[in-house]
Design a protein around this ligand. Structure first.
Ligand SMILES: N[C@@H](CCC(=O)N[C@@H](CS)C(=O)NCC(=O)O)C(=O)O
Length: 284
């Protein structure tokens, strides 16, 4: 039986290693098992955590405090998360999209679920990623604030950036319709969704809460619906998945952190994680 990934099984709990700067991996490594170096707020690491969860790949998670990188992390030649290590051989690999591809290559369960029905190829998933990256992801990040910045107060946003982003959402809508939806490559989730979603999730939240633009419909059917119907259906399909719900940061504390710091990547500069934001959400 495939062991369910701990990141997902341990709903709402911190991952297996402490986030302190001098922390060490605390979990015993099982020979042959893969170790996932992550930061739960990093969108690139989020791609890999979704792939591990959806692909049901047994793994050990090690959360790395990026604001105080531990020595054991840099000693592995690592500077960024995500990374995967196979302790049995000492092999360490990085780059989020490559890691998702590697999981599909090495774990038949991941290939079966992320390249569904044998009809979706890795090349198609990569092509969809390229189209989305050059389209709504790039213009969405620019609209949100440019680079990794984010507005501190809600507004309607700059007209030119908004127009470009809306045009790219039109294109995404057409792409989803052409694929038949609700997912990027058709009626089943694939590696394309796993690669693109972490950015879509952040852009959707920032646009809804800070810039008065809706990619998705509200859960409760309240508020104005998104004008991009296929995009809204994609967001709803993704949001209904356990992996997506389990790995997401709570919205209010995440928005508070974005607005306090003016940065989407505030966790590069201060100790924070999905788990600590969840705690803040409970006490706030
Ligand atoms: N191209 C890399 C980007 C990874 C990346 O930028 N990770 C950020 C966190 S979101 C990081 O590790 N930042 C630490 C630093 O810049 O020192 C990938 O796709 O894996």
């Amino acid at each position: 039986m495939v062991r369910r990934s701990r990141a997902v099984a341990a709903r709402g709990s911190p991952l297996t290693a402490a986030a302190a700067g001098d922390s060490r991996p605390t979990d015993a490594h099982h020979p042959g098992e893969v170790v996932f170096y992550t930061h739960t707020l990093c969108p690139y690491a989020h791609r890999v955590s979704l792939a591990l969860a959806e692909g049901r790949v047994p793994h050990t998670c090690v959360e790395v405090d990026l604001s105080r990188k531990p020595e054991w992390f840099t000693a592995k030649g690592l500077r960024l998360v995500p990374a995967l290590e196979w302790p049995a051989t000492g092999e360490v690999r990085k780059e989020s999209a490559d890691l998702v591809g590697l999981l599909c290559e090495r774990y038949p369960g991941a290939a079966e679920r992320l390249l569904p029905g044998g009809s979706v190829t890795w090349a198609e998933a990569e092509a969809a990623l390229r189209v989305c990256d050059a389209g709504f992801v790039s213009s969405g990040m620019a609209f949100l604030g440019g680079g990794w910045t984010v507005p501190r107060t809600p507004s309607r946003g700059k007209t030119v950036a908004r127009t470009r982003f809306e045009r790219d959402l039109d294109a995404l809508d057409r792409m989803l319709e052409a694929a038949g939806g609700p997912y990027l490559l058709g009626d089943a989730l694939s590696a394309a969704d796993v690669l693109v979603w972490p950015f879509a999730e952040r852009i959707e939240l920032g646009c809804r809460a800070l810039l008065d633009l809706r990619m998705a419909d509200d859960d409760d059917g309240e508020g104005s619906p998104s004008k991009w119907r296929a995009v809204a259906a994609w967001c709803a399909a993704m949001a209904s998945r356990d992996s997506v719900r389990d790995l997401a940061a709570p919205e209010r504390p995440l928005l508070d952190a974005w607005q306090r710091t003016g940065r989407l990547d505030f966790f590069d500069y201060e100790t924070a994680s999905v788990a600590t934001l969840r705690e803040e959400g409970k006490s706030g």
